[in-house]
Every structure is written in structure tokens, then in C-alpha cells.
Design a protein around this ligand. Structure first.
Ligand code: FES
Length: 83
């Protein structure tokens, strides 16, 4: 979320600063990456029910994805409904 906001990615707002309170950082992950990232945690899962647009099977809140070397090449998609 922070990287997307810093880069001005349309549709990623991060209004709550990553506190799991706004769901304005919704992304869908590439299916291969979704498996590597694992499922959302319980609070993230609840917040995903409140995203603008349609929740997908690979939806995540990008503020809960912590950047690391293991995620080099991560593919995230901003759902069209929020653009
Ligand atoms: S930035 Fe608010 S839930 Fe992710």
C-alpha cells in the first residue's frame, strides 16, 4: 500500500495508513502469488467484505502485504471498480 501510494497508483488510497480500518487499498493478487502469500488474516478477511467493487477469490488489502525480497516480482491488480 505504501509503495503504491508513494508511486501514485490510481485506486490505492490507504486512507487509514495501514490500520485495517478503511479497505481503500484493495488489490487482487495474481493466482500464483495468492498461494504464496497465503490467505488474509481474520480482520483483513472481515474488511475485505467492505471493499468498493467486487471481492475476488484472490483479493487482499495491500497494507497487509509486507514487502520483502521474497516478494520480488509480486503481481497485484487494482480492481477496475475502484479506478
Ligand atoms: S490502508 Fe486502510 S485497510 Fe489498508
Amino acid at each position: 500500500m505504501r509503495a503504491a501510494c508513494d508511486a501514485g497508483v490510481p485506486g490505492i488510497h490507504g486512507d487509514c495508513g495501514g490500520a485495517l480500518a478503511c479497505a481503500t487499498c484493495h488489490v487482487a493478487t495474481d493466482p500464483v502469488w495468492a498461494e504464496r502469500l497465503g490467505p488474509p488474516g481474520p480482520l483483513e478477511d472481515e474488511m475485505l467484505d467492505m471493499v468498493d467493487g467486487e471481492r475476488t477469490p484472490t483479493s487482499r488489502l495491500s497494507c497487509q502485504i509486507l514487502a520483502s525480497e521474497e516478494l520480488e516480482g509480486l503481481i497485484l491488480i487494482v480492481p477496475p471498480a475502484v479506478l
